[in-house]
Design a protein around this ligand. Structure first.
Ligand code: B12
Ligand code: SF4
Length: 470
């Protein structure tokens, strides 16, 4: 069984998925072909097949594109090249999966001319599929499977795991030490799924609409295993670490009770709602080094439109708690959504300056992912080809990068936004020439160099440190 990491982006982010899948594939002979570190991925594949043969190949696609309006780098064509090259060596089945893949699996399989994929988490379905393939049995009933049938692709319902019952995954397959040395942080997941309904968000598509939590003991066992490897800066890979707060609290208490709060530094994505003073105190005692809050806007009308369940009042409260507590934090904005006006933009930027997070991610233009409420709204707005709010590829399946940027902002929205920000160093943009204010992590050379120079932590925090040392 061959696992392939197709993510070539730098700084490198460890393919946590492949460590978790390898753990679930216990009993199989599993090899990893990690193309992230390959100088030339075609040669790396050739080298592998010169001395190995495989029964099946599982490829992970983490990112379909960089999701930034100012970047629009599309990775599915590279995935196709990798798949084509693998096919030139073997007739073993190629199976796709991953966070990016799960958002638009049929379109990706079609684009790559492949027949098999698993949508959502792979720990249950992948070993089952491989067993069935190896035994020559029919496998079309495997949960979460997507396969090509005569009339087109068929998609099976996924089977979500009870994460509480799972032992801590082994972290032995991926070269986590190298990822830490070159990527500056390790990764771990404490829960999966999100019950919220933010209109643009694709996370519930792949992870499920119900939050499933791991046992705090198992999470902290895994943290200890990473610490033994020398990996002491971590990023929680939960969509929102503080939802529900009770689980975040339990994980923190477990870290504290094992005396690890001063040994590990961790970062997380959090919701600005349900973030209390008590939680902030626990976070700090448990080693929290920084939080990235998904805030989107500081205009209540826009927050409602985007389906958020908090208000500007919550943003003020959470910022106050972080400042009082001395927690380094970032507010991440998603600007230009349906109904955004120059007034709402102005209000948001002014509020950010007033609340003064350590950094503000100012993304203008929202990636439209199929299967989201934003995609349905776009379809209701009329023909995609002449929708004035869309920028980028205007394909019907939303596979190639396409962004919603409300036409009510006028033609020069980026310049207008830049005028509001007025060079304020706390604001990130995703333009390649923005130096330490560029928070597009796709081939971000400044970050690569900073990590080489010894910086560790979340990318946004490394950029912050660089900015503040100038
Ligand atoms: C945490 C996170 C980050 C952190 C990572 C920190 C770290 N140390 O790992 C940071 C902030 C660095 C980050 C950066 C980026 N991220 Co990010 N990130 C996430 C997040 C929240 C979790 C990813 C994760 O590791 N999950 C845990 C693992 C175990 O889950 P998984 O990878 O999905 O794997 C499971 C399944 O997918 C499946 N599976 C995976 N592979 C395979 C293969 C096969 C064959 C099978 C059967 C199954 C299977 O089984 C796995 C185990 O259950 C996701 C959203 C989400 N909730 O998933 C976004 C997400 C992956 N990121 C995204 C993006 C766009 C980016 C950036 C490109 C942004 C940018 N331009 O800078 C960069 C890319 C960096 C890089 N080098 O790859 C997007 C990708 C969307 C898309 N369509 O492409 C996502 C989905 C968020 C979103 N909805 O927009 N990210
Ligand atoms: S943006 Fe966050 S809270 Fe909203 S649906 Fe996505 S993961 Fe859930």
């Amino acid at each position: 069984m061959l696992l392939v990491n197709t993510n070539l982006m730098k700084p490198p982010v460890a393919p946590l998925a492949l460590d978790y899948l390898a753990s679930a594939l216990e009993g199989f002979e599993v090899n990893l072909l990690d193309l992230c570190f390959a100088e030339d991925y075609a040669q790396e594949i050739d080298r592998y097949f010169a001395s190995n043969s495989v029964a099946a190949i599982a490829l992970t696609l983490r990112n379909t594109d960089d999701t930034h309006f100012s970047g629009q780098d599309f990775f599915v064509p590279t995935l196709k090249e990798i798949a084509d090259h693998l096919k030139s060596h073997t007739s073993a089945p190629l199976i796709l999966g991953g966070a990016g893949f799960s958002i638009m699996p049929e379109a990706i399989l079609q684009f790559c001319k492949l027949d098999l994929g698993i949508w959502g988490e792979g720990e249950y379905s992948l070993p089952l599929l491989i067993k069935k393939i190896a035994a020559g049995e029919g496998y079309r009933d495997v949960p979460g499977l997507i396969y090509r049938a005569k009339e087109g692709f068929r998609r099976n319902r996924p089977r979500y795991l009870d994460l509480k019952a799972m032992p801590p995954p082994e972290r032995k397959t991926v070269d986590n030490r190298r990822y830490f040395a070159e990527g500056g942080m390790g990764s771990i997941e404490a829960k999966r799924g999100c019950a919220k309904a933010c209109i643009y968000c694709a996370d519930p598509l792949g992870k499920g609409r119900r939050t499933r939590m791991r046992s705090p003991k198992s999470v902290v066992d895994e943290i200890e295993a990473l610490l033994h490897m020398g990996i002491d800066h971590l990023h929680f890979c939960d969509s929102e670490f503080n939802l529900p707060p009770s689980h975040a609290e339990a994980v923190c208490l477990e870290i504290i009770s094992r005396g690890l709060g001063s040994k590990v530094s961790w970062y997380a994505y959090c919701s600005p709602a349900l973030f209390s003073q008590e939680l902030a105190t626990l976070f700090q005692r448990a080693g929290c080094a920084g939080i990235n809050f998904g805030v989107d806007s500081a205009n209540d009308r826009m927050l409602r439109t985007l389906g958020r369940d908090f208000t500007v009042y919550d943003l003020e409260g959470t910022a106050g708690i972080c400042h009082r507590q001395g927690i380094v934090f970032m507010y991440d904005l998603l600007l230009g959504g349906p109904g955004e006006t120059r007034d709402s933009l102005h209000q948001t930027i002014e509020m950010m300056k007033r609340l003064s997070p350590h950094r503000v991610g100012a993304a203008l233009g929202i990636r439209v992912f199929p299967g989201t409420r934003l995609a349905s709204l776009v379809r209701r707005e009329g023909p995609i080809a002449n929708n004035p709010n869309l920028h980028g590829a205007r394909d019907d399946n939303f596979l190639a990068p396409v962004f919603y940027l409300s036409s009510t902002l006028g033609d020069n929205a980026p310049q207008y936004l830049a005028g509001l920000i007025q060079g304020d160093k706390r604001f990130f943009s995703a333009f390649a020439d923005a130096g330490d204010q560029n928070y597009n992590y796709n081939q971000n050379e400044l970050l690569v160099q900073a990590i080489r120079d010894g910086h560790r932590g979340a990318f946004w925090d490394i950029l912050r440190q660089l900015g503040e040392s100038r």
